[in-house]
Design a protein around this ligand. Structure first.
Ligand code: ATP
Ligand code: MG
Length: 195
């Protein structure tokens, strides 16, 4: 499951847990992005903070792990390279799934190497509130393996959480308390600050 995780929240965690069970996966590997290709409109929190928040949020779940693969790779990262690296790591027999929010699928599939992603892994597109899951017929025609998955509607986003921290509005029950404490301790998302 790739993401900026700036910060990770219960929407991500519920989605990962649901994928684990619905698709009978051995584990979910959270993959914080390195230099995000697509989020150039704002400065993203340092990779090390995003990585540590993801570790904190997933620590208690034995089926969740966090990979440094993308954050340790210099330069721009493409998902196709990550899938290849995971393939090298887990071997030719491994079944790889790319878990994503349904809203993010088109971003991924318009990336430069989306054609190479066809056949390399199966996409699992999770509902986000207000999203119609009947919309992937075109991708399937292009040979992209696409599964859809309904998760309990959680209208949580990192964008909203960052705004809440900046405005000192409540964030409890939107993300794990330990992550929230980490954010406060390090002064992340205070207005105008990008550590
Ligand atoms: P931002 O608001 O900064 O875009 P985000 O909340 O969308 O952050 P990302 O790190 O961009 O979080 O998301 C990583 C992946 O998790 C994406 O595929 C995204 O669609 C998915 N996702 C995020 N929030 C939810 C949610 N509440 N329910 C289901 N999927 C989600
Ligand atoms: Mg997003």
């Amino acid at each position: 499951m790739g993401g900026t995780f700036d910060p990770i929240h219960y929407g991500h965690l519920v989605t990962a847990e649901e994928a684990l069970v619905q698709f009978n996966l051995d584990r979910v590997v959270f993959m914080p992005t390195g230099v995000p290709v697509r989020k150039t409109h704002r400065s993203v929190t340092s990779a090390e903070h995003r990585y540590l928040m993801t570790v904190i949020a997933t620590a208690s779940n034995p089926d969740f792990e966090v990979s440094r693969l993308e954050i340790d790779r210099p330069g721009t990262t493409y998902t196709v390279d990550t899938i290849q690296a995971l393939r090298d790591l887990y071997g030719p027999q491994a079944e790889l799934y790319f878990i994503t929010g349904a809203d993010a699928v088109w971003d991924i599939l318009t990336w430069k190497d989306s054609a190479e992603l066809a056949g390399a892994c199966t996409f699992i597109a999770a509902t986000r509130p207000g999203f119609d899951l009947g919309r992937f017929s075109e991708e399937r025609e292009r040979g992209i393996q696409m599964e859809t998955m309904e998760v309990p509607a959680l209208a949580i986003s990192s964008t909203d959480i960052r705004a809440r921290f900046a405005d000192r509005r409540p964030v409890r029950y939107l993300l794990p308390e330990a992550v929230s404490a980490y954010i406060s301790k390090n002064g992340l998302y205070a207005e105008g600050v990008t550590p």
